[in-house]
Design a protein around this ligand. Structure first.
Ligand SMILES: Cc1cc2nc3c(=O)[nH]c(=O)nc-3n(C[C@H](O)[C@H](O)[C@H](O)COP(=O)(O)OP(=O)(O)OC[C@H]3O[C@@H](n4cnc5c(N)ncnc54)[C@H](O)[C@@H]3O)c2cc1C
Length: 486
């Protein structure tokens, strides 16, 4: 397994080896119960990331049952100068949720704290423990005829609300409902010294000074452990229509986005871009998937409109699409859930198909929505000039300017060498295009270990200094998730 981490410095107190690990584990067991402290083989799955790219060792993986236990474990770690890795579903795509090598760490996994605490239908809010799976929250919302719109559908059964909050997760639907930051009203957080901050407010207006919850949202576990949250709920849509559109170039895709936005307004709730190469990989690795059109096309769009009114969405979308002209253009539209699901299956399984195919150099970038076609054109051109055989898998949430742009060689052996030798150069080529277009090198996955060093080249010295000041203010001893973000 390759660990592509560059070195970093921790306070010396954190690197010291503890003399009596068995005694330490016994003390942790006293807090959470023997069966909730995992070590050795039982801990290993929690110490390796979803892609199998990063792994480290932990003194133990601890699974607390409530906020007080989280606080007690954190106090214990602080007293012993042991670093902490907060963990939810461990689906991070940037090595954020696993221990780094050569540091004494305890993983605090929140998965046992998976209770829906309360639902306030009148206030359109739900209060949940941080270990609730996203799928559980979505189901609970549905059971009271509401919607919790965070759309990480490929992974909703595995990822957890605490992880979603800590990565400020996005996914499908951001263009309509915003990302996780827009969906949280209040938080409960265990601070790095073990104190519990109860900010579980369910207010839509609260201008009483600094809005502290936002410091923890997207902090990737470097400032504290989220233990509970108040989430916003929305009315459940009554009407849905989905279109799959085939196009010859990305510029037409950008024009289509403009047209749909203009004609369909706020009913637009999904606008996803898929390249032909992505579809080929899905057909190769995922059973029961099939071509949506008779003929192959260079690009595909999945467009979804939803409305809480039983409005004639199909007509509006059909009007928009039929009045559109572009080279190599085709489309299908449906209001039938099963047909739509077949199309969404193609989009949802791209990550899984890539995982089965093997490693690639991954980029989760964003540019202004108006610059997406430029990005694809420039980045493809630069890479193809440098590596004529390169395979580029581009797909993503085009509606919010977020493209997953993954680069590899089609041949397995050549790919291994390509990644080992060219990863830094490829990153630089892609990120320079992103920079020129005013974009970000991490749209929704965060920095974790993967982009911790790279970000220094893409944020100003002042911005980085302010981030370090915040880190020092909350976590002066650098105990929370060392080796990530900063
Ligand atoms: C197939 C696949 C598809 C994906 N699709 C998307 C997508 O569409 N959009 C998107 O945004 N992401 C996506 N992701 C990335 C990932 O699922 C998200 O980042 C998710 O929010 C992580 O949740 P988790 O519970 O697994 O967190 P983890 O992976 O366990 O942790 C992620 C980060 O949050 C921290 N953390 C976790 N829980 C807490 C807590 N309670 N308190 C403080 N810090 C905590 C960890 O330390 C780590 O830094 C995808 C991942 C996969 C594997």
């Amino acid at each position: 397994m390759t660990t592509l981490r560059t070195s970093f410095l921790l306070p010396t107190s954190l690197t010291c080896l503890m003399t009596h690990p068995a005694e330490m584990i016994r003390l942790l067991q006293d807090i959470v119960g023997t069966e909730h402290v995992l070590t050795a083989e039982a801990a290993s799955a929690y110490c390796t990331d979803w892609r199998g790219r990063y792994s480290g060792q932990a003194l133990a993986v601890v699974l607390p049952g409530d906020t007080q236990q989280v606080s007690d474990v954190v106090k214990w770690c602080a007293a012993h100068h042991i670093a902490i890795v907060p963990q939810g579903g461990n689906t991070s795509l940037c090595g954020g949720s696993v221990p780094v090598p050569d540091v004494q760490q305890v993983v605090i996994n929140l998965s046992r704290m998976n209770r829906i605490i309360s639902v306030d239908a009148g206030n359109h809010t739900m209060t949940v423990q941080a270990g609730c799976a996203l799928a559980t929250v979505r189901e609970a919302a549905k059971s009271v005829e509401c919607l919790f719109p965070l759309g990480l559908t490929a992974i909703a059964e595995h990822c957890e609300i605490g992880g979603n909050i800590s990565t400020n997760a996005g996914g499908i639907g951001v263009l309509r409902y915003g990302n996780m930051r827009d969906l949280v009203l209040g938080l409960e957080v265990v601070l790095p010294d073990g104190r519990i901050w109860n900010g579980l407010r369910s207010l839509r207006k609260d201008n009483t000074g600094y809005d502290l919850k936002h410091v923890f949202i997207g902090a990737e576990g470097t400032l504290g452990i989220v233990t509970a949250a108040v989430l916003k709920l929305f009315p459940q849509p009554q009407a849905t229509v989905t279109a799959i559109v085939a196009l010859g170039n990305a510029t037409s895709a950008a024009r289509m986005l403009e047209a749909v936005r203009k004609n369909c307004g706020n009913t637009l709730s999904g606008f996803e871009l898929i390249s032909r190469d992505c579809l080929e990989l899905v057909f190769k690795h995922i059973p029961e998937t099939s071509e949506p059109f008779d003929k192959k096309h260079r690009w595909y769009l999945l467009i979804q409109l939803t409305d809480v009114l039983k409005s004639p969405l199909q007509e509006t979308l059909l009007d928009t699409i039929t009045s559109f002209t572009a080279p190599d253009f085709d489309y299908r539209i449906t209001a039938d859930a099963e047909t739509a699901e077949r199309w969404w299956k193609l989009r949802r399984n791209i990550s899984e198909a890539q995982k089965r195919e093997g490693l690639s150099i991954k980029h989760d970038v964003s540019v202004p929505v108006s610059q997406i076609a430029q990005f694809l054109l420039h980045a493809d051109g630069v890479l193809q000039n440098n590596y004529p055989d390169v395979r580029i898998l581009a797909f993503g949430h085009m509606g919010d300017g977020n493209i997953h742009y993954n680069v590899s060689m089609p041949d397995g052996a050549a790919n291994k060498q390509f990644i080992a030798e060219q990863e830094n150069t490829v990153n630089k080529l892609v990120y320079e295009v992103v920079r020129e277009l005013g974009g970000s090198i991490s749209a929704e996955h965060g920095l974790g270990q993967l982009k911790r060093d790279t970000i220094r080249d893409y944020k100003s010295a002042l911005e980085l200094e302010l981030m370090r000041d915040i880190k020092r203010a909350f976590d002066p001893h650098g105990l929370m998730n060392p080796g990530k973000v900063l």
